[in-house]
Design a binder for this molecule. Sequence first.
Ligand code: COA
Ligand code: AMP
Length: 630
Amino acid sequence: MSYQDLYQRAERDPEGFWREQAEQLPWRQPPRQILSQDEEGHYRWFAGGQLNISELALDRHVESGHGDQTAIIYDSPVTETQSTLSFRELRDRVAQFAGGLRDLGVDKGDRVVIYMPMIPEAVIAMLACARLGAIHSVVFGGFQPHELAVRIDDAKPKVLLTASCGIEFTKVIPYKPLVDEAIRRSAEPPPHTVVLQRPQCAAEMDHERDLDWQKVANGAAPADPVPVDATHPLYILYTSGTTGKPKGVVRDTGGYAVALNFSMKYVYNLDPGEVFWTASDVGWVVGHSYIVYGPLIYGCTSVVFEGKPVKTPDAGAFWRVISEHQVKVFFTAPTAFRAVKKEDPEAKLLANYDISCLRAIYQAGERLDPPTYDWLKRITGLPVIDHWWQTETGWPIASNPMGVEPQPEKSGSATFPVPGYRVEVLNPEGQPVATGTQGNLAIKLPLPPGCLPTLWQDPARFKSAYLERFPGYYDTSDGGFIDEDGYIFVMGRMDDVINVAGHRLSTGEMEELIGGHSAVAECAVVGLRDEMKGETPMGFVVLKDGAEIDHATLEQDLVDIVRSEIGAFACLRQVAIVQKLPKTRSGKILRKSIRQLSVEKDVPVPSTIDDPTSLEEIRGALDKAGIRHP
Ligand code: COA
Ligand code: AMP
């Protein structure tokens, strides 16, 4: 079947199309309805269907005779260990840990926060929650206590699961003090914390609250999978919005399972039994979908990599893992390959490894910039697939349809919409723009299965953030255009969200933190282009009258605040002091003009500006910071 045929079938008859996809999976009870609307008018997929996603990902492979196949390859250059778990072993460990959680009172619908490094126990923890119908919320290990506390207070978990440490290159990062601090800061801390002691660092335990992971697991009777409704939440994943409060993206169970299962062939062109490696982190959506649920549901082997593209031990790490584990499809963020390219521009280390097993390289998390695309093509000669998605969608919106009819690649484009996604480019008034014209990328409702049905405990924000601006559409907040051949080009966020080394961050949140400094009257944080990380934030602050602080001290204070409240990966490194921020006459900060000034020589002065000299001051500040690229 051609791409066009498939796409048009999904467009003409979404219910028929997704019914067929749902039939690819065994349900405890098939759905009563394929597409329906809930009491608030929001679309729901597969209502009435019953399933358990841990059963789909584990038990059914064991029962169909694939129990000895490898489910997970754990490759950890930072601890110099490697191990594997077969589907049977993983099922048994998940069932037993689920039994332990059940003994702690975790039940269907309860929340469990998971704050763990890239180790198999993180995967076991997620699947154990899913086995009980509990809702997990994984928090990226790079987040600091403030961020963890915000998520705890929103999700109100019954249990928090963690490990004694993570390892960044050669640096051991004790997690337990961070967890303890988050619990101190949280208004409703969970009664129990379960801690996996790693040999690299022993966590100090609080005997009333903390429980040892092994004891919780070992003493328990294995738990059977609990069937849940297709619309039951599988997880909450918090992501940056435009304010300091992250958005709790909810993922349902049935739609997600069907969408991921479909994508494994359609997008990634994999067959069950093959090895898929997503070098990301379980703390991000990419990790949820393509380290854990997608590969395991589909019966692939997934690589869990606790390392970095470089310095663990060198820029040949990707090539080593691919060749050693016979990876067929590899997926990572462009920033990771930019790091490799910086250290090994001629890819000399690639010559040490046979990567003939590899069929394609996928990229997402940020736009795949043409120089990185060209370099990857040149050194590997393989298909290099840029595909576009968001935490909210849970799986790709646009991709080259590699499993159906591969299309010619176009550098800078994520190719075509995936069946089920009707992508349009709209002007600010919500009207479609002409071919090739940039605008807001919006997706016509209903969204396909797998995409967010709502935000956790905040349906009003779900509506205002995504559905109100363009009635009848989901607003992606990304800008871009569609060319005359139908290729989608995603050019960047239209809101105050930035993307630092593939990590999504809110400049609004950084502004709130910086604004809390005693010397700061007001501030703007803007994402500026960065050759390696894509974007990095820079702060522009106006001091309070009479504030006595020198620039270096203030800059260090603000860098420290962002590192200790959000995390080091936010990478705020530079702060400029200005007399006035460029604003419109109605008081809106002209962040776009600041961004433009960092990359263009002649930036038009907006007609709405209240004081043109403020832009001149920004120009000077950028020059002084050495980051203006005229
Ligand atoms: N736990 C604790 N700290 C973390 C962390 C984690 N999980 N991840 C990052 N950090 C810290 C780093 O230690 C570093 O701290 P430092 O400033 O004290 O040195 C800081 O955050 C910045 O880290 P990072 O942005 O990762 O930069 P880097 O220079 O250390 O590494 C890359 C660069 C390209 C190797 C790295 O950014 C990377 O692998 N990116 C891929 C991102 C990705 O997979 N995104 C998912 C979307 S698909
Ligand atoms: P996250 O929710 O963390 O996955 O980040 C989603 C955002 O990353 C999107 O809104 C885009 O801005 C950006 N993004 C992800 N993939 C791509 C891509 N292939 N091309 C361009 N931008 C992307």
